[in-house]
Design a protein around this ligand. Structure first.
Ligand SMILES: NC(=O)C1=CN([C@@H]2O[C@H](COP(=O)(O)OP(=O)(O)OC[C@H]3O[C@@H](n4cnc5c(N)ncnc54)[C@H](O)[C@@H]3O)[C@@H](O)[C@H]2O)C=CC1
Ligand SMILES: O=C(CO)COP(=O)(O)O
Length: 331
């Protein structure tokens, strides 16, 4: 399955390495020509994964037309809020029978569309050909070859199996799942809950608090998923609880680290400045996930609190008091 990964950030680069190591003919598109040159010459991505040696077979290009030429599988690896504008540029070069998967974990701000819906809308691709790859996959750990599992979500199971074959290695184990909605909601919502965990941890709170946030975060994510047509088992699986636990627990998570800076008292701008250009998707998705929940008539108190802390000036102390001040109820 001739594959191109469109986006050479940390996750796009790690995923391209996995596909090459699974024996798949793989290219990577980097926006900046100098990064493509460095990957080809030095077999390293110095900005995002500086200490990881990339396979010599991985060829990088910076022209979308060249990258997409003859691709049977297109892996979209740019951040959620830039996916639409990129697809508009890639659209005419995507082969008409190519399969497309998204790596991005977010919900588009203006439209509240999930990433697979953005791909269908912006590139005019049949939804049967669109899927996602989502799971507990911190890029640095996967790039280092540490054992990890993930989910390939497609409505069409046969297509999911072909992608699964193209990225199975001795350390990377993809499972298939036909519940694309569940995979996407799990991936987008966990970033928001990881921000909440970071905020709590930055404010000096301990493991009991974090366990409560993770567990109640899963409950509100599952409520939203079910309201949008997801299967609860998906949210109890790798793309749900698996990714939630990895992201909420790891110091490698950009969302958790971003939240920790807010919890320590940094402003949103100060926390943003400390990311070195890396994306913390939950900062924007807290607002779009909250809006999706309001539209679906679902309560998401943690997501609402994260949105208010990030974008409405609510203090961390007031957010905690307001969450604990909610009326008591059965679990
Ligand atoms: N890093 C990780 O561990 C994982 C990330 N993801 C998801 O993968 C997606 C991509 O994230 P990363 O690769 O980690 O991001 P990153 O922050 O490492 O890099 C983002 C990449 O997108 C490029 N980019 C940024 N704005 C762009 C634009 N407007 N047009 C074109 N390219 C643009 C950057 O140059 C960079 O190559 C996100 O949705 C993230 O949630 C999913 C699983 C793991
Ligand atoms: O999605 C991820 C792990 O599965 C990466 O999380 P962060 O974007 O918070 O680093």
């Amino acid at each position: 399955m001739k594959t191109v990964v469109m986006g050479a950030g940390s996750w796009g680069t790690a995923v391209a390495k996995v596909f090459v190591e699974a024996g798949t003919d793989t290219r990577i598109w980097a926006r900046r020509p100098e990064l493509a040159e460095t990957i080809n010459r030095d077999h390293v991505n110095p900005d995002y994964l500086p200490d990881i040696e990339l396979p010599a077979e991985l060829h990088a290009v910076s022209e979308p037309s060249e990258a997409l030429d003859g691709a049977e599988l297109v892996v979209a690896g740019v951040p959620s809020q830039s996916l639409r504008s990129n697809l508009t540029r890639w659209r005419e070069h995507i082969p008409s029978d190519a399969t497309v998967i998204s790596l991005a974990k977010g919900v588009e701000s203006d439209t509240l569309l999930r990433m697979s819906e953005v791909i269908a809308d912006a590139a005019g691709i049949d939804p049967d050909r669109i899927g996602v790859l989502s799971g507990p996959n911190l890029a640095r750990e996967v790039a280092a070859g540490q054992p990890a599992a993930t989910v390939i979500g497609f409505g069409d199971e046969e297509r999911a199996r072909r992608v699964q074959d193209a990225c199975t290695t001795g350390y990377f184990r993809p499972y298939t799942n036909t519940d694309v909605v569940g995979c996407e909601i799990g991936g987008a919502a966990k970033n928001v809950i990881a921000l909440a965990c970071g905020i709590a941890s930055g404010a000096g709170l301990g493991e009991n608090t974090l366990a409560a946030i993770i567990t109640r975060g899963l409950a509100e994510t599952t409520r939203l998923g079910i309201a949008l047509g997801a299967r609860p088992e998906t949210l109890a699986g790798l793309a749900g609880v698996g990714d939630l636990v990895a992201t909420c627990s790891s110091p490698l998570s950009r969302n958790r680290s971003f939240g920790a800076r807010l919890g320590e008292g940094c402003s949103l701008d100060e926390a943003q400045a400390a990311t070195n250009g890396q994306v913390a998707e939950g900062v924007k998705s807290c607002t779009s996930v909250r809006a999706l929940a309001i539209k679906a008539g679902v309560e998401m108190p943690l997501t609402d609190a994260v949105h208010q802390v990030c974008h409405e000036g609510l203090s961390v102390g007031d957010a905690i008091s307001s969450l604990l001040g909610r009326s008591t109820r059965a679990e």
